[in-house]
Design a protein around this ligand. Structure first.
Ligand code: PGA
Length: 220
């Protein structure tokens, strides 16, 4: 069955304690969830990855992990950075090019290409975020997430009709998975998951609470 890829992007939320609570509630309440049509990926910040991985194994949860970002440099003397190589045992995926990275950390196409190269060398799968269909998509990316900045965290998602049009444009030159992200929640998720060519969703705010995440995942 065609599994929809659902990425839970926790951004800079949660400490270890919050992450433990999330994992406990998520694992005890996901019993009735149909997971045969979903691939669930949790993307906590770096400080939580090891704990979330241990708990996912302990609770035998059908989830994989993603980083939210990686260094554009290899492992080495780059204080404060986390290289793709350091993450290869912790995560299967990394997000690259999220609009918050582009806006607040001035990541441009060149830096994002370097990050993509690092991820590929480390064997990580990439969820590459673009804000419109004319943005460059590097070679070797497994999934592209269309995330218009105005829709992110605003409670006002892009219209399903427009998302469908953008997906079509992306699919003209990209053969991997195409996801939508921006104010997806349990109430509107069905409007997006069934769009033509939709391979999944990138969910921010609505993924922070384990019960609201389960409700969102229960909608199809
Ligand atoms: P949002 O965030 O669901 O809170 O709008 C999505 C994202 O930025 O990935």
């Amino acid at each position: 069955m065609d599994k929809k890829l659902i990425i839970a992007n926790w951004k800079s939320h949660k400490n270890i304690y919050d992450a433990r609570i999330f994992m406990e509630i998520f694992s005890s309440n996901m019993g009735n969830l149909n997971i045969s049509n979903k691939e669930i990926v949790l993307a906590p910040s770096f400080n939580l990855l090891s704990e979330v991985k241990d708990l996912a194994e302990k609770f035998d949860l059908p989830v994989s992990l993603s980083a939210q970002n990686i260094s554009s440099f290899p492992q080495g003397a780059y204080t404060g950075e986390v290289s793709a190589d350091q993450l290869r045992d912790l995560v299967e995926w990394t997000i690259i090019g999220h609009s918050e990275r582009r806006e607040y950390f001035k990541e441009d196409d060149e830096i994002l290409q370097q990050k993509t190269n690092e991820a590929i060398k480390a064997g990580l799968n990439i969820i590459y975020c673009i804000q419109n269909s004319s943005q460059k998509i590097p070679e070797g990316v497994q999934a592209v997430a269309y995330e218009p900045p105005n829709a992110i965290g605003s409670g006002v998602p892009d219209s399903p009709l427009h998302v469908e049009k953008v997906f079509e444009e992306i699919k003209n030159s990209f053969s991997g998975k195409v996801l939508y992200g921006g104010s997806v929640d349990k109430k509107n998720v069905r409007d997006y998951i069934h769009i033509n060519n939709c391979d999944g969703l990138l969910v921010g705010g609505a993924s922070l609470d384990p019960n609201s995440m389960i409700e969102l995942l229960s909608q199809w």
